[in-house]
Design a protein around this ligand. Structure first.
Ligand code: TXA
Ligand code: MG
Length: 325
């Protein structure tokens, strides 16, 4: 189906992707309308690893990029296949269509680790694949989520639950350094031994939560080029989420928190994992956010009492974005 120009949802180790071949512009266009995604928000190109080439991921990448960047080969060699996306200069005559890269002179690339994604890619060639959710809602980490968003007849390859359950980490170049464009499944500190520094990520200032999907966001207020997808309300359930940075107060009857904490007076508690387990918490995050909607919860207090290091940063950022702040 992919080779004939259809859109198909496929599993990856992070979240399900809504895939289309880079050779089929109509299918790429269909992704934007299916998701309700604004055209200013570019897609990630997914590449096959080529085991027959005595595994060297740069071989797959070099056909698309303009010039090699400092540290690129080491990053690719160390983290691919895996949940790392790299935003790289491709030039205006790139083989990646301007539609997929939102007319930017860069494109985002990733080589997924999931064996089913890899088998598909080895037969189809490169695929663009945004997360398989309607724009603005939580990503899909299992087939049921994909079907909830796109209907029971939508073509989806069932790979079971995604292993990490949160999107890839995005690195991009800025002023001669690698920077985090999106926090994700790889903690920023993990890059330090390879790069010699922890790539920076700074919380978006401005009104990230105010602009809904489809609007241009407050790019001017932020004053820096980022992943355009980070500019608007995202990962959000319908429920109003209240950010709890201090002690729980029982005036909030519904809590989104951790299994090992007491929320005395709460009527309902939706649990991530335990308060020492960021990996497990990220793994169930989108299930829990979707569950709030299924249970028609109108407002919930989120336990944000967590460290600001490692994968906790990804969890914290997703929760803050889900609250629309
Ligand atoms: O884990 C993942 O990355 C999943 C799976 C399916 O691979 N994909 C995913 O795609 O999360 P999506 O489209 O939901 O998020 C892609 C992000 C967006 O924030 C987009 O703005 C950013 O990547 N992006 C893509 N191309 C870019 C570029 N050339 N420059 C800056 N940001 C870019
Ligand atoms: Mg997404």
């Amino acid at each position: 189906m992919l080779s004939r120009g259809h859109v198909v949802a496929i599993p990856t180790e992070t979240v399900y992707g809504l895939a289309a071949s880079i050779a089929h512009p109509a299918a790429i266009e269909a992704i934007f309308s299916l998701k309700g995604r604004p055209h200013f928000n570019p897609l990630i190109v997914h590449l096959a690893c080529q085991p027959d080439l005595r595994f060297h991921p740069m071989e797959s990448l070099s056909a698309y990029i303009e010039q090699p960047l400092e540290g690129l080969e080491q990053l690719v060699q160390h983290f691919w296949p895996g949940p790392l996306t790299l935003v790289l200069p491709v030039g205006t005559s790139s083989m990646i269509s301007p539609l997929a890269r939102a007319n930017l002179p860069t494109a985002a690339f990733r080589m997924p680790l999931h064996p089913i994604a890899q088998r598909i890619l080895s037969q189809t060639g490169p695929l663009v694949a945004p997360s398989a959710n309607r724009s603005g809602t939580p990503s899909s980490t299992c087939v049921e989520h994909v079907e909830a968003d796109f209907g029971p007849l939508f073509p989806v390859v069932d790979g079971g639950r995604c292993q990490s359950g949160v999107e890839s980490t995005i690195l991009m170049r800025h002023e001669g350094r690698w920077r985090i464009g999106r926090l994700g499944a790889i903690a920023p500190e993990t890059f330090a031994p390879l790069l010699g520094y922890v790539p920076e990520w700074s919380a978006l200032t401005g009104k990230a939560g105010v602009a809904e999907a489809g609007e241009a966001g407050e790019a001017g207020a932020i004053g820096e080029i980022r992943c355009p997808g980070q500019l608007y309300r995202h990962y959000a359930p319908c429920a109003k989420l209240i950010l709890g940075e201090t002690e729980y107060d029982e005036c909030h009857p519904v809590v989104l928190g951790f299994t090992d904490r007491d929320y005395i007076g709460a009527k309902r508690i939706f649990c991530l994992s335990s308060s020492d387990d960021p990996v497990g918490s990220l793994n169930v995050l989108y299930d829990v956010l979707r569950e709030l909607d299924q249970q028609r919860i109108s407002s919930a207090w989120i336990d944000l009492r967590m460290p600001e290091t490692g994968l906790w940063r990804t969890l914290r950022e997703r929760l803050i974005r889900a609250a629309g702040c």
